[in-house]
Design a protein around this ligand. Structure first.
Ligand code: GUN
Length: 282
């Protein structure tokens, strides 16, 4: 078993990104700008947003986090997005999810200019991805594809099972794997005989949101296992959706939690922002 070290790969890509950013500024006078809107006090979101800001500043971007109270109205939030859409200094705009219940998430995602939607959650960008012409791709699956590339994981003709069907991870992951000529199945919490189905997979991507859900009973000898989960176990320790100790003896390659998919997600968000800035000059 070998570890797919997302932290090391992210560090390397971040350094390359900082160099590209400096060049863009020197040659075209453009500094990529990432604007993040955070509504309310969700503790996980606060950590994610802080990490995004840190990463943007490390890459040499202009970065701002707009922190709004839980009580902000939907209209106020939509008006704010409209203002930032028109400001050319922001190449990437994202609204951290989840939003408070009184705000319609779909309306908010629709309000972001698709050209600035660095999360890739706008239906226009989702449609472009599904039609085989991706522009803005959700960061987590994009980061996983980079891990596959860096570790020489062959995808063409392989059987891939994605466990989880969210718009953020499962669905775009399946599409990217299909684009890479894998034969893809999407499983989820209601799939029957999931362990038996999983045991047929050469590539297993797990994003089901349940601590240590995937044990070695799910994994074929030599399979590649990617863990998107971020949970706490019974002792309060950070863990993924995969029971690492049980699966590590069976898989040929596996991502750890932390230090696997997480750092790659943030790095791909920065890359997406850089690409949006690059498009703005042409
Ligand atoms: N909440 C959890 N993951 C994400 C993400 O990738 N983007 C945004 N905007 N919110 C999230």
């Amino acid at each position: 078993m070998k570890i797919m070290d997302g932290k090391a790969l992210a560090t390397k890509l971040q350094a390359e990104l900082a160099e590209k950013t400096e060049k863009l500024r020197d040659e075209h006078g453009v500094t990529p700008g990432l604007l993040v809107i955070l509504v309310g006090e969700d503790s996980a979101s606060q950590v994610y947003v802080r990490n995004k800001e840190r990463s943007a500043l490390a890459a040499g971007f202009k970065s701002q986090v707009v922190r709004l109270p839980e009580t902000v109205t939907e209209v106020e939030l939509l008006e704010m997005i409209s203002t930032y859409n028109q400001d050319p200094t922001w190449h990437g705009i994202l609204v951290q999810l989840p939003l408070p219940k009184h705000i319609d998430e779909e309306k908010v995602l629709l309000a972001i200019d698709p050209g600035k939607d660095v999360d890739g959650f706008h239906p226009t960008n989702m449609g472009k991805l599904w039609s085989g012409h991706p522009v803005m791709v959700p960061s987590t699956p994009a980061g996983i594809m980079e891990l596959f590339k860096a570790y020489g994981v062959e995808l063409a003709g392989k059987r891939a099972l994605v466990i989880g069907r969210s718009n953020i991870v499962g669905k775009p992951m399946a599409q990217l794997l299909m684009d890479a000529n894998a034969t893809v199945t999407i499983g989820h919490s209601r799939t029957q005989y999931l362990p038996a189905l999983a045991r047929q997979a050469d590539i297993l991507v797990v994003a089901i949101g349940q601590a240590k859900f995937v044990t070695k009973d799910f994994v074929k000898e030599g399979a590649v296992v990617v863990d998107v989960g971020m949970n706490r176990d019974d002792n309060g320790k950070l863990c993924g959706d995969v029971d690492f100790d049980s699966v590590a003896g069976v898989a040929s390659l596996i991502t750890p939690v932390p230090g696997g998919v997480g750092p790659m997600t943030i790095t791909m968000l920065m890359e997406q922002t850089y690409q949006a800035a690059l498009r703005s000059i042409s």
